[in-house]
Design a protein around this ligand. Structure first.
Ligand code: LLP
Length: 420
């Protein structure tokens, strides 16, 4: 069951609500439209997969930091994975239990580490200097910080290089051969830091679960080595990264259950608590960016559908050449012919496209057009380039459309210059 589907009348629906009706009711375009129930279902899929095992699902807030969404995930029992001090502050504000929060990152700042230490969140050690800062933070607040070592298992996730992170020349984590140095450092600072586990994150958009298994095998070997030196490590954090069906081809992709099943025995064999850090697989498919068609034009052999949304609201196609499925929200006019279009925005960049070479019926001016799977890394990566203001967000909650974030206005922007 998926939240966005075509009805028998040819209109696109979100949980029983006609997207065309939402467009007419809201005062703004483009906007993001989510299904609250789909978020719940996505989380339940992880919960079901992890049933009966000791585990923490830490939602990677960077994927989507809408406060209402964070509160909803927290209410469902989710933890949070943070990569900046502000993400940590927002997670605390949303009410996440600090004991289910993990602070990640290769450039964590001392002030933010102090806050993390104070609140008792897990901190991943990323480098020598990071360890030094964590020790300093522990001393500042007078508390022992629970840490995991982020190790690069050097497993190729077979994804776009910009979203691969666990290879040996990555800027993240520590190299295997430095493990002993870190263990010695942890021993030296045993009154400031408490080594409770290991972490890895291979990359994002991964569609083969064997990759997680390969990494988990290496990681439990590290755990064996670490335990052999007397450390009581309890947590294996295998990161996030599970991909989704962006192409809408109906291809059978691994589910959270498939992912957990590939590592379950390994985790049990070492009596570990599993931490998993999904972002995309929790939130991507719960949302569409809803746009209006400004017009259609042709240059030479190229046909363009120009919409009001752009790379400012949704940068993944421009940045990674990512494919996100595009469709019209209402049935085409009877005489509309299907052509191959680039779907582009109004931003002054040739890189401003949402989709290339898409077969679509020629839309009328003002028609609605959605970019699917826009829940992850879309709004959270939006900018105000060309003074396109960040759009409002709505979700469908039990058949009602509810605003969950205001759109930004030019007044909000101008306020930043007040009193200067
Ligand atoms: N844990 C760590 C340490 C991460 O770096 C990430 C994502 C996650 C968890 C969550 O990964 P996910 O389950 O969402 O794949 N902007 C890119 C994706 C960047 C991912 C960064 N790290 C995109 O739009 O595809």
């Amino acid at each position: 069951l998926h939240c966005f589907s075509k009805g028998e009348d040819g209109f696109l629906y979100c949980e029983g609500v006609r997207v065309q009706d939402v467009m007419e009711a809201v005062e703004w375009s483009p906007f993001y439209l989510y299904s609250k129930d789909q978020i719940t279902r996505n989380f339940e899929a992880y919960k079901e997969a992890l049933q009966g095992s000791r585990s923490v699902v830490g939602y990677a807030i960077k994927a989507n930091n809408n406060l209402k969404i964070l509160e909803h995930l927290k209410d469902l029992g989710c933890g949070a994975v943070l990569v900046s001090g502000n993400e940590l502050r927002l997670a605390l504000r949303a009410g996440f239990d600090p004991a289910r929060c993990i602070f990640n990152g290769n450039g964590k700042l001392l002030d933010d580490l102090v806050l993390a230490a104070e609140k008792g969140v897990f901190v991943n050690v990323d480098s020598e200097f990071d360890l030094e800062n964590i020790v300093t933070a522990a001393r500042v607040v007078g508390k022992r910080v629970p840490v995991l070592l982020r190790i690069n298992p050097d497993v190729d996730p077979q994804v776009h290089p910009y979203v691969a992170t666990g290879n040996k020349t990555s800027k993240f984590g520590i190299r295997n051969e430095k493990l002993q140095w870190f263990l010695d450092a942890v021993k030296t600072h045993s009154s400031e830091i408490n080594l409770v586990g290991v972490h890895c994150h291979l990359g994002s958009t991964i569609t083969k679960v064997d990759i997680f298994r390969d990494a988990a095998i290496l990681m439990v070997n590290f755990i064996d080595q670490i335990r052999a030196q007397g450390f009581q490590v309890e947590y294996l954090n295998i990161g996030g990264g599970l991909g989704i069906d962006y192409h809408h081809t109906g291809a059978v992709l691994p589910t959270p259950m498939d992912l957990i099943n590939t590592v379950r025995e390994l985790v049990l064999s070492r009596d570990l608590t599993l931490i998993i850090e999904p972002g995309r697989s929790l939130i991507a498919n719960t949302c569409c960016l809803v746009n209006r068609v400004t017009g259609v034009k042709t240059n030479g052999t190229k046909n363009f559908i120009v919409i009001d949304g752009s790379m400012a609201e949704l940068i993944r196609p421009s940045l990674y050449g990512a494919y996100q499925h595009i469709e019209l929200v209402s049935p085409p006019l009877a005489d509309a012919k299907v052509s191959t279009y680039d779907v582009v925005g109004p931003v002054c960049e040739s890189a401003d496209f949402l989709g290339k070479d898409r077969e679509l019926p020629t839309p009328a001016k003002g028609a609605g057009l959605v970019v699917h799977d826009a829940g992850a890394y879309c709004m959270s990566m939006a900018s105000t380039y060309n003074l396109k203001m960040r759009p409002p967000e709505y979700w469908v909650d039990k058949g009602s459309v509810v605003k969950i974030r205001h759109g930004e206005t030019l007044e909000d922007f101008v306020k930043l210059f007040d009193g200067l």
